[in-house]
Design a protein around this ligand. Sequence first.
Ligand SMILES: *[C@@H]1O[C@H](CO)[C@@H](O)[C@H](O)[C@H]1NC(C)=O
Ligand SMILES: *[C@@H]1O[C@H](CO)[C@@H](O)[C@H](O)[C@H]1NC(C)=O
Ligand SMILES: *[C@@H]1O[C@H](CO)[C@@H](O)[C@H](O)[C@H]1NC(C)=O
Length: 277
Amino acid sequence: MNNLSLFAFLCAISAHSIAVAATSAAYPSIPGADTGECSLRGDTVDGVLVPPRREVYDGGRIFDISHRYSPELPVWDSTEGLGEHFLWLEKGMKNGSRANNSAMKLGVHTGTHVDAPGHFFDNYYDAGFDVDSLDITLLNGLALLVDVPRDTNITAEVMKSLNIPRGVRRVLFRTLNTDRRLMFKKEFDTTYVGFKEDGAKWLVENTDIKLVGIDYLSVAAYDHSISSHVAFLESREIILVEGLKLDDVPAGIYTLNCLHLRLVHSEASPIRCILSR
Ligand SMILES: *[C@@H]1O[C@H](CO)[C@@H](O)[C@H](O)[C@H]1NC(C)=O
Ligand SMILES: *[C@@H]1O[C@H](CO)[C@@H](O)[C@H](O)[C@H]1NC(C)=O
Ligand SMILES: *[C@@H]1O[C@H](CO)[C@@H](O)[C@H](O)[C@H]1NC(C)=O
């Protein structure tokens, strides 16, 4: 069976199981699953099978706002980026293994990731406030994507000017970092935009925001790296999602879904986030 007919076969199988599932109350059918989405399995171009890689799904209903883990991904304070060696094939079919099995080694603050209170508070770290203790209901729900002024870091004045209404619990801040495509440049850039300490304190004291998202590796401006994180994490109520990919997503209100790994004793984790409407 060549690849093309194998894929057609797999499509037919899954369409069949969906049809069967639809008849069982215990397994309701998945909306959209039978609408020709078999192209999601990849296309064949000139006889070569090409995997699908998307940023946007379902005609603009779902935006993938996590970055790909690739060698070019920038890493904190490094000019080298993530590099080739974070992922390797431990057992390969080319070497006689029955399957391909890869392994990886990754800093937990690499790429799109979430910070837990233990990141800047040793007592919280010791007490177990790791990523496994994060409130998953905060990481999933209605969120506002806002554009901040491009000529400044996020100060108290900027926060005030954004007029984010009380009651808004999740905000993704799009900044100059997105315009500069900093997450696509492997050299770490200290001139990225983030929260100044007074901006972080203003948010904590004057809003109901409990999830703060940003478009570079830190929510805190480089020269306020510690003080802004401390302001956010001290209450153990605020979750920080860093390194988001907010390119080409219209500002507005979305459903945010973020899920990270349950890394016990870890103060951060890679996280997968999507926006949908
Ligand atoms: C496969 O074998 C080659 C040649 O011996 C070796 O360089 C490579 O690391 C092996 N790869 C795996 C995944 O075992
Ligand atoms: C992984 O498996 C596929 C077969 O499914 C094989 O064609 C490919 O060469 C393998 N990759 C490596 C790096 O061995
Ligand atoms: C933001 O702050 C950093 C220092 O932390 C600085 O290098 C950068 O120029 C500032 N960006 C703007 C737009 O003011």
